[in-house]
Write a protein that binds this ligand. Structure first.
Ligand code: ZN
Length: 236
């Protein structure tokens, strides 16, 4: 198989990365997944990964043959250098400077650099991530220019021609649901609703129409709002 047709997907088990995995399975011959464990306050997202992978291969006959290995990298040191609400037991709030305290400085730069090192070893050209400027909460490492600059740096530093793919960069949460529908139909939307996890508090709780979660944290609110906008646009 040509190396040009292989992809590595940054796969956390959330809505965005689940959509990215389906996007990759739809267009690349070989797709591997990568999850990071950096001492998240909750591990539910990581546990959702297996259920999503299992569900995806049942959705489309081609996808079963394309989905390859799952990798997990332990980045506990990232939790050590950051004091944020995602890795410590503190409340989520806005800090001076306008960034929420969920921000782990440079997290995506670190993730993509480790992903490229793994992709190098695995012979995968495309690295797919759910970074997005539209709902990006001001995270500077989600910016399109950050990703493009990093692609140049990685290709120079590793002497490769990696392509950093960000299919969600310019769409909002409602359009992310619509993208899932276009790729895998209603069954993919249902799989992502039921098995992906977004809640910052790590609560599965009751099942809402948009999925499981506490329903009140910023991540749940964003996900619910996007889902309802998606449903409304379907009814138009
Ligand atoms: Zn929540």
């Amino acid at each position: 198989m040509s190396q040009d047709k292989g992809a590595l997907v940054l796969f956390s088990g959330g809505q965005d990365s689940a959509t990215c995995l389906a996007w990759a399975l739809d267009r690349f011959d070989r797709v591997e997944t990568l999850g990071f464990d950096y001492g998240q306050r909750h591990r539910i997202e990581l546990e959702c990964r297996a259920a999503l992978r299992k569900g995806m291969v049942k959705l489309h006959p081609d996808w079963a043959g394309r989905l390859g290995e799952d990798h997990t990298l332990d980045l506990a040191s990232l939790g050590e250098v950051s004091q944020t609400a995602l890795t410590r037991d503190i409340a989520i709030e806005m800090e001076t400077g306008g960034l929420p305290n969920t921000f782990v400085p440079g997290r995506n730069i670190i993730f993509l650099t480790f992903a490229a090192a793994l992709a190098y070893r695995r012979g995968l050209k495309h690295i797919v991530g759910g970074m997005c400027e539209t709902d990006f909460s001001g995270y500077p490492d989600c910016r399109d220019d950050t990703i493009k600059a990093l692609q140049v740096a990685l290709n120079l530093g590793m002497d490769r021609r990696f392509v950093l793919e960000t299919p969600l960069m310019w769409i909002d949460k409602a359009e992310t649901w619509a993208l899932a529908k276009r790729i895998g139909g209603h069954r993919l939307v249902e799989l992502i609703v039921a098995e992906s996890h977004t809640c910052y508090l790590g609560t599965r709780g009751e099942k809402h129409d948009w999925g499981f979660g506490c329903g009140t944290c910023p991540a749940c609110e964003l996900r619910a709002k996007g889902y309802h906008a998606f449903v409304a646009s379907e009814e138009e």
